[in-house]
Design a protein around this ligand. Structure first.
Ligand code: TGC
Ligand code: FAD
Length: 394
């Protein structure tokens, strides 16, 4: 049974609509009842809890800000952010699953796909009947995806894809992959196009990434494309070349991460606050010691700052004026905040802090991936540096 207290030092609830609060509470309760009892074991077993996917679909958590017309919940972006927050309070792997499904697969199909792509895939992805993955990163092109060497060659029958994509979330579970490939032979200097590729297409294989020490309750895989033949209709007609379109998807996912990181941090703060009040050492609760009080004070301050940043970002997104650079600031600052809080929380818990029965170390390990994926902390620093100086330092 969860004893999660929540963190709302600045009465941020009063800045949410009744509907937004209600959605947050519904997902919060679901995470308490369905995720918390199993997540520690799933983590140790290194498995993504697939049994939760149909419930996530039924509750409208997948592609939640996309239109009802395609089976989605059509929520505003603040409600969508709050869902991410609550999912990541459970585990970053769960939020990652939803981020990839919604922001990196459903969003590009919605924004750049044909009407046939939308009607074929969006309702199934929204319900969780189908799972999607997003193949952008390659072994030698992570921060710099523009250098990708996966190719899409035009033939009379359609396209032939060849290449390797690395670190692909949901890769082994996926029914459909959004694959980004070079089409330079079209004579297009900005030749990167997006393809909707059913994963049962001959030549497409996915292998599990072994040896992870982070995000253990998440499917991370390598995709191999060996002469994968797809019809002309696999090309997303709205992906008209260049990095702009994949980066547009990343903006959607990074937005969700800015919220998600708050959830992981709240879980850690909540755990260490309770522990500090209960753990007696030198004859009194450690929460009565000044060092631990300052530790908790720093945590609640940084969470509050992150909440305000995310909420304003959400309001800007709902108003249609959010910029990618604003998303970079929130992803970078909030994930950094969560990494620090998870580490401090684990330390406050002493020896117990390394056990899976507690959550802080799992979050700490997960957040190291979150710090790196969707644009590393450094890359978002460079994006912000460019925004304020006008000079690119990549
Ligand atoms: P650059 O020349 O700056 O930009 C090319 C075009 O794209 C536009 N643009 C954006 N549009 C929308 N959103 C953004 N965030 C955008 N950033 C740039 C830009 O205006 C330009 O448009 P146009 O019209 O002039 O052509 O491109 P660059 O090659 O210099 O790259 C810049 C850089 C380094 C920032 C970019 O490559 C980058 O963000 N690299 C990081 C790669 C990354 O984040 N990969 C993530 C892979 S997916 C993943 O990690 C999933 S994790 C699982 C989960 O989400 O839970
Ligand atoms: P690199 O780009 O090699 O970076 C190495 C280091 O160099 C970093 O510290 C970086 O900040 C730094 N660096 C890079 N460029 C510069 C520079 N110009 N100046 C200064 N420092 C620099 N990708 C997908 O396409 N789909 C997915 O679903 C997906 N899921 C992922 C899941 C996990 C668990 C992980 C770990 C990654 C995932 N990724 C995914 C890939 C992720 O986006 C990349 O790992 C990330 O973009 C960084 O690329 P890289 O690992 O190649 O690091």
């Amino acid at each position: 049974m969860s004893t999660f207290q929540g963190v709302d030092f600045y009465d941020i609830d009063s800045m949410l609509s009744e509907e937004e609060r209600m959605i947050r509470e519904t997902v919060r309760q679901w995470v308490d009842e369905r995720v918390m009892p199993l997540i520690g074991e799933a983590y140790i077993e290194r498995r993504f809890p697939r049994e939760l996917i149909p419930e996530m679909g039924e509750m409208g958590m997948l592609g939640a800000n996309l239109p009802e017309k395609y089976g989605c919940a059509e929520l505003n972006n603040v409600a969508y952010g709050l869902i991410n927050q609550e999912l990541e309070r459970g585990d970053s792997g769960l939020r990652s699953f939803a981020s990839v499904q919604g922001a990196l697969v459903m969003y590009p199909i919605f924004a750049f796909g044909s009407e046939e792509h939308r009607t074929e895939w969006l309702p199934k992805l929204a319900s969780g009947e189908a799972i999607g993955c997003f193949g952008l990163t390659e072994p030698d092109f992570g921060s710099n995806p523009g250098g990708m060497i996966t190719t899409a060659r035009k033939t009379d029958a359609g396209w032939v894809l060849n290449g390797t994509k690395m670190w692909i979330t949901n890769g082994s579970m996926a029914d459909v992959a959004v694959v980004w490939a070079q089409t330079a032979e079209l004579g297009d200097v900005k030749g990167i196009r997006g393809f909707v590729v059913p994963t049962d297409t001959p030549g497409f294989t996915a292998t599990d990434q072994k040896g992870k020490l982070s995000l253990l309750a998440s499917d991370t895989s390598e995709l191999h494309l060996a002469d994968v033949e797809v019809p002309d209709s696999a090309l997303m007609p709205g992906s008209t070349g260049g990095l702009k379109h994949p980066l547009q998807c990343l903006t959607q996912a990074r937005y969700g991460i800015a919220w998600g990181a708050i959830g992981a941090a709240m879980a850690c703060f909540d755990e260490s606050r309770s522990y500090a009040k209960e753990r007696v050492m030198f004859g009194e609760p450690i929460g009565g010691k000044q060092i631990q009080q300052v530790r908790l004070a720093d945590m609640v301050t940084r969470i509050t700052q992150a909440q305000l940043l995310a909420l304003q970002l959400g309001r800007l997104k709902d108003a249609g004026s959010m910029t990618p650079q604003q998303v970079s600031m929130a992803k970078r600052a909030n994930v950094d905040m969560a990494c620090e809080i998870a580490r401090e929380s684990r330390r406050l818990l002493g020896g117990n802090g390394i056990l899976v029965e507690y959550h802080s170390m799992r979050h700490m390990a997960n957040l190291e991936s979150v710090y790196t994926y969707e644009g590393t902390h450094d890359i978002h620093g460079l994006i912000l540096g460019q925004a304020v100086t006008g000079i690119s330092a990549f």
